[in-house]
Design a protein around this ligand. Sequence first.
Ligand code: PGA
Length: 242
Amino acid sequence: MRVEVFETYTDLSQRTADIVADLVRRRPDAVLGLPTGSTPEGFYRALTQEDVSFRQVRTFNLDEYVGLPQSHPQSYFSFMNSHLYSKVDLVPANCRIPNGMAVDPDAECRHYEDLIRQAGGLDVVVLGIGLNGHIGFNEPGSPWDARTRRVPLAENTRQANARFFGGSVDGVPREALTMGIGTILEAKQILLLASGEGKAEIIRRTLEGEPDISVPATALQRHPNVTVLLDKAAARVLQRTA
Ligand code: PGA
């Protein structure tokens, strides 16, 4: 895995946007795998300022909560709408997020995998990382060949996300639909972003620890084209950054 360390969060966000915008300039119909969360907010801010058209781009989000309608302010659809969809010329029909309200979630997940396949696979997937090493909502113990599926959220993930639900863990959904680690590993390129001292230890384990199913992000060590973009705080306890 290549590691790039930046002085500031703004710098790492800009660099991520530059990588994605360059890809879209080279391949106007690129297929992007996209994250939500606090970490990618700066990336979206920078991406919307890039001089590039997204008219032909297809996007697939990593995950969505089960049971939140699109209109819920904390749905990942709402997040994407306010951070990206409403700011660039993406075509709505080309922007996919698993439907957390699907009557048959298993069928929805199979359909999502079909849509990714029909699009020709993901050219790049941008990832954040949870404090427990989750990628998407693939919590510790997730099989590395898993596909898009319905999953329970880890208790510490729900606690970490309570800040978005009025501070109470009770309001945080208990399940999500998420691309699997197997789905993510099939992307041609992976960008993993982390910012802040709170992520320093899990980043060290991800980059320097043994591959371990209890730290889902260590699965990325298997992929030939991963770039890890960090600010100084998130890189603080790494032994090597070359
Ligand atoms: P965060 O979440 O960017 O809000 O820290 C990352 C994640 O849980 O994947």
